[in-house]
Structure formats: structure tokens, C-alpha cells
Design a protein around this ligand. Sequence first.
Ligand SMILES: [Ca+2]
Ligand SMILES: [Ca+2]
Ligand SMILES: [Zn+2]
Length: 178
Amino acid sequence: MTHGVITHSANLVYRNQSGALNESFADIFGALVDDSDWEMGEDIMAPAAKADGVTVLRSLSNPNSVVVSNAERRSYSTNGGVYPDHMNEFYNMPTSVDGGGVHVNSSITNHAAYLIGQEVGREKLGQIYYRALTVYLTSNSDFSDARQAVVQSAIDLYGEGSEEVIAANAGFDAVGIY
Ligand SMILES: [Ca+2]
Ligand SMILES: [Ca+2]
Ligand SMILES: [Zn+2]
């Protein structure tokens, strides 16, 4: 459902960093709908996946706790094959593999959003990210553009120098996106 919102707003191109942002914004709004946790898919995993110990698709709070579920994707890892939570774990993948890592590198910006949410709460996080997606991001935006869009949205909504703006900058700093 949240991918539909993205397609009809910023329409982020589904490859490389813009594609990872497409995945990330979809995950973030999904995590905001289910406000009991910061995990994706924990309520719908198939019995076969659970039997293999795969209990979530992705985790915004702790991306490193989840193993990337495909050996070809894992072959591009520098962190032992778990989802990355910082740019120093970015998966450099060709677009032929997961569209250049759209379901993998999305965890980096997912984690930034989680960290910001810890400071400002889910309600304000949703307001800030919805504004970033619908007002500032465009089809070819990258991670750095996303930081600018989120920070500018926090400024628009809560004012220059506000706690929300400080939290937005700190969240992206923490994952190495400048
Ligand atoms: Ca849940
Ligand atoms: Ca959830
Ligand atoms: Zn998705």
C-alpha cells in the first residue's frame, strides 16, 4: 500500500539509491502503521521461513539482526551478509541483482528514520517523512537528497534549530549520510 503512495508522489526510480529510497519510505510508513514495533513482516512470515529462523523481513531498529535472504545478494556484503545500518556497510551491487540493492541498502535510511523517531516520536516522524516524499523528493533522488529533504521538511514544520531538525540531522549523521 505504501509503495502506491510513493509511485503517485515522488515516484522514485526503482534501482540503486533512488530505488532503495523507494523501499525505505515504504518500509518507514509501514512501520508507522503498525506502531507496536519497528520490524517489517513479523506478523506475516510463512511457516517455512519461520522454520528457517527467518522471523522478520527487515528491522528498522536493528538492521544487522537480520540476515539478507539470498546468497547472491549476500555475496556483495562487507558485513557478513546482514542488512546494513551504515554507509560503511553499503552493498555495491549491479542493477541486475536486487535492482542494485533496493531491498538491502534501504536498511541504511530505514535505520536513520528509526533513530529520528526515537527522538521525535512516530507522529512527527510521519509528518516529516510524508512532507519530504511529497514536496521535495523526485524520481532520481539519492540518499544525500533524502537527508536534505527530511531536514528541510523538519525546518518547514517545526522551525530552524528545533529539536526535530537536530534529530533529523543526527539520524543521518549516525548512518553516514551527508
Ligand atoms: Ca507487529
Ligand atoms: Ca511491524
Ligand atoms: Zn517494498
